[in-house]
Design a protein. Sequence first.
Length: 375
Amino acid sequence: MKKAEDFLVKKLEERKQSNNLRLLPAVTPNLIDFCSNDYLGFTRSSLLKDKIKIFEQQIGITENGSGGSRLLSGNRKFTEETEDFIARFHETESALLFNSGYDANLGLLSCLGQRGDIIIYDELIHASLIDGARLSFADRLKFKHNDIHDLELKLQKAKGIIYVVIESVYSMDGDTAPLKDIYDICEKYGANLIVDEAHAIGVFGDHGKGLVHQNGLNNRIFACVVTFGKALGCHGAAVLGSHNLRNYLINFARSFIYTTAMPLHGIMSIRAAYTLLTEQDHQQDLRQNISLYRNLAFTLKWPCINSLSAIQTIILSSAEKAKDIALYLQKSGYDVRAILSPTVAKGAERLRICLHSFNTSETIEGLILKLKTHE
C-alpha cells in the first residue's frame, strides 16, 4: 500500500510543479456566467421547469430511480417514446439514450472497431472519443486538426472497416469542422463518418438541430452523438443513426448494457427540453452576443481563435498567466476559467469564454474592458 500511496504523491507533486494541478473550484455565488455550457439558459429556464412538471402530472413519478438497466427492469414506454421524438426532431432513423455524452462516445466507439478495422480521428476530439477508440480492437490513426489533406493521406493507408471521428464544434477551440468536405472525402474512400455534436445542438441549425442537419447530412453519416448537458440544460446523450446501429448498440455497447438506466425524471427533462426547442427560436440572443463579443475581442492584444460558436478562446500560452488572469476576472465578478495542459497542449493554455443567450451587452463589454486592463 505504501508504494501505491508514494506513486499518488509523486504524480500529484509533478502536476503541482508544472502548475497544472487540478482542484475543484470554490463555489462562488453571483458571478456573471462566462464559464458554463448552458448556452441557451435552459438550466435556469422557468419554461423548462414548467414543461417538466406537466410531464410529471401527466405520467406520474412513483419511483426515485429506474431500478435497473434498460435490458432488465429499467426500460419505460416513455423512454422509447422520447427516443422516437428525438429521432424525428433530428430527422434520422433512430436514437438510443445513454446516461451521459461520455457513456455514449465510450460505448459507441469501443464496440464498433474490430481487429483489422481502423479508427481515424481528428487530433482534437474529446477525451471520451479517444478512450472509446482505445478500448476497441481497431487500429487508430489521428489526423491534423480540420486538415482534409492529412485526413486523405491517412485514408489512403486504411484497411478494413474505416471509421472517421470528428466533432462538429470543438470543445476547447470553439471552431467548427468542414463537415461537407470531410463527408465527401469519407465517401471517396468508403469510410464511415461519426460526428459528436455536443456543442452544436441548440446553437446551430433550424431550431438548434445542429450542424449535421444544417449541412443536410443527418441521414447520410454513420452516427451522430447529441448530448443534453449543455444547451439543453439537463443530462444524458443519444446516439443517432440507423435502426441497425441502434440494435447493435443495445447488444454490444457495454456502457449501455451494464449501467442503471436514467430515472424517469431525467427522461422527462430531456423530452421537455426538446419540446422547448421546437416551439421557438432560442438562438437569436445567443447569435447577437457571439457577434458582439467577437467584434470586441479581436481588439485585444492576445490571439483569439476564430470561432462562430458559443465557445470563445484567448490563447495565453502559459499556465501561470492563464490562471492569473482567470482569478483576476473572477475577483472582478466574471466567471471565466483557465484551461491548462494536459486538457490542451502545453504552450496553448488559454481562457475559455462561453457565451449565453442570457448574457447582456453590458456584461460582455465589461468583460472585455477588464481583459484590456490586464494586457
